[in-house]
Design a protein around this ligand. Sequence first.
Ligand SMILES: *[C@@H]1O[C@H](CO)[C@@H](O)[C@H](O)[C@H]1NC(C)=O
Ligand SMILES: *[C@@H]1O[C@H](CO)[C@@H](O)[C@H](O)[C@H]1NC(C)=O
Ligand SMILES: *[C@@H]1O[C@H](CO)[C@@H](O)[C@H](O)[C@H]1NC(C)=O
Length: 388
Amino acid sequence: MPYAVSLLLVVLLLQCTAAQASQQPPLVSRITKDATSSLYTISIKDDAPLLVDLAGPLVWSTCPSPHATVPCQFDTCRAANQQRPRRCRYVDAGAFWAGREPPAWGCACAAHPFNPVTGECSTGDLTSFAMSANTTNGTDLLYPEAFAAVGGCAPGRLLASLPAAATGVAGFSRDPLSLRSQLAAQRGFGGRFALCLPAFAAFGGTPVYLGTESRGLVEYTGSIPYAPLLANPRNPSGYYIPVKGISMSWHGVDVAASLPNGALDLDGRTGRGGVVLSTVTPYTIMRPEVRRGNNKRVPAVKPFQLCYNGAFPLLKRPVSYDVDGAMCVGILEMEPGAMPVDGEPAAVIGGKTIENNLLVFDLEKGVLGFSLLDFQSTSCYSSNLSRL
Ligand SMILES: *[C@@H]1O[C@H](CO)[C@@H](O)[C@H](O)[C@H]1NC(C)=O
Ligand SMILES: *[C@@H]1O[C@H](CO)[C@@H](O)[C@H](O)[C@H]1NC(C)=O
Ligand SMILES: *[C@@H]1O[C@H](CO)[C@@H](O)[C@H](O)[C@H]1NC(C)=O
């Protein structure tokens, strides 16, 4: 039986109220966790799921041939061209782009799809993908709607290391061509979206009702704590949060991890450091120098490197890894090579830590609401929004 100790992220809290009404009903899509890769896909593109990349700037997929293209002089194309990933290895040495069908006329826009798991990229036509999702009022799914989103075409080789069913990636960043930005622009959503991994994503300012054991049906988005979202000028795609410390919650009292002073701070000038959220790393990862310092360590079992001895009678959260009575913290050391996000963060909060949290992003107010549902006898699956 796998075991893991949860982390409580101790952040600067601030209360925040009331959702803004959106012009069209919010949309909700199913999220699925892939057992092999522990990564998440979203079912929104009509023919196949896409990997959820919270810090991703683009939508991309393998494409049928022929497919629609976007003229180079369109604004959409300008936005696409500003998004060339800074560091990547081309999977095909440019052959995919060179071998494509020439446009019937003029200049066809190129996009730069990036695989955040392998760090590989490609160049392909910017095209349009057919999508659909159910509208919601927070308690119920209402009716399905069809729409389209622009995205890049990629060769099949760019799909390496993605969940087997996925044909591409759906980015959720602030950038103008991410899936969430396109839906916000098309439907007047503003900057609101919610993630409840591994069950659903909601676009727009929807309330989210969850069934609880003790209190019945509860609306969460209006009552959970909100923390500021930090912007990193050097990595505008990333969602950074002001984490002050990390504590492990296994007995009645939370245990703070001993970290060097300021270890998690974001340096706004150089863009280094800070704590960023990512859905494309299954576990939380930290720079080795940040993770230094702890007591009662015991030899670790792969993939974990930080294990503690002792009895854990009152775990607040179902644990997920067991080494002969010791617990391994779900934090791995950052390795050189492929980084799940741009830049040089001190820590990347990964899927396991984000799961079964209701995360409510409000990019206009610059805040992130979050609520660890394990402590409240409810879950992402206690919502009708997960019944897709
Ligand atoms: C809408 O929800 C129903 C079930 O409630 C589901 O069968 C259907 O696939 C959903 N449609 C879309 C486009 O997600
Ligand atoms: C959502 O719509 C359903 C079906 O129309 C309705 O029964 C329910 O009360 C609505 N929920 C809210 C919060 O308005
Ligand atoms: C799910 O929808 C049903 C039917 O509208 C409603 O009675 C129920 O309270 C909803 N449950 C949740 C958890 O939203």
